[in-house]
Design a protein around this ligand. Sequence first.
Ligand code: ADP
Length: 361
Amino acid sequence: MTEVKLDRIGKSYGAVEAVQQFDLTIREGEFLVLLGPSGCGKSTTLRMIAGLESITRGDLLIGGKRMNDVDPKDRGVAMVFQNYALYPHKTVFDNMAMALKLQKVDAAEIRDRVGRTAEMLGLTDYLNRKPAALSGGQRQRVAIGRAIVRTPSVFLFDEPLSNLDAKLRVKMRMELQELHARLGATSVYVTHDQVEAMTLADRIVIMNGGVVAQVGTPREVYDRPANEFVAGFVGSPAMNFLDLRRDDTGRWISDCGSMVLASLPVDAGARQHVRLGVRPEHIEVSADGGAGAGEAGYRAEVLLDELLGADALLSLGIGQARLLARVGGLAHPVKGDAVTIRLNPAQLHVFDADTGAAIRA
Ligand code: ADP
């Protein structure tokens, strides 16, 4: 198990700054996920760790040693690619044994290591098959197995599940969790899929435009997003945002005047304009007229209802304002219904309207 330190690492392609000042220590045995939209610099960061991309600025340390100029094969890392990158004419056994043969490991040990890894991954019966005769999930297991037999100090995964169908992705995700619990190796995993990030990660790094937007546990980034970008990126369906402006009496009014908050749950200082964030599952929806004594509610109309099964999504109109709410799928209000909604101040997020940074209580 090995610590990986990215000491203000950066990468430029000419004038394009693909990754800026990435500063993070990945702990021994940690499963770290790099999450963000396409083009945010995730793969470039991973490839710099792997040695497949040169590092423009900063230092990369693996197990305390500077690796910037070390050959990829000598870094103690193994990478699993999205497209599996298997040799089509070689059997599963030979695909898995390849790197060990190149390292001149003796044949008995190769048989032993490949055999044990195949057993761990449920591939024992397929060792003599070629990749074309395997399912997508089995191919990805071979790609993972090929990394495991090398007993690397660090595993690097580049969107390894994105070529699989939805059902298989869920299964492989669980297999990866079990595998990590068993091997305990430091892992860096790139994905644009927030569900993968939330379920696999010890910590998530959310990137935006080559910059680290937040580093935290799945709970932290979900409950306490550091900025509007993270708040909007993590969570599905996404958080609702409303522009609020302060009026002469100190109340906060939504853009079209349809929502009025007597106060914010945080101290906004001298700001006159903020962005309010509320997650769909934090909007309490009740049948119209249900407003209890003393509880401020807003009258809303259900513009659209979508049953997902266990849950339903309601598109709500409060005057001109629009909010998406997630409610239980049983006996939910439907399109055309008048409802009352309430927002719990403890579940509201407030962001600076200019910088997008979270304003904390
Ligand atoms: P992600 O993996 O998050 O989708 P990448 O790390 O692949 O993003 O890319 C980050 C940025 O760097 C993008 O703007 C991309 O266009 C740019 N980029 C990546 N590779 C090259 C390259 N070889 N030459 C020029 N620009 C590149």
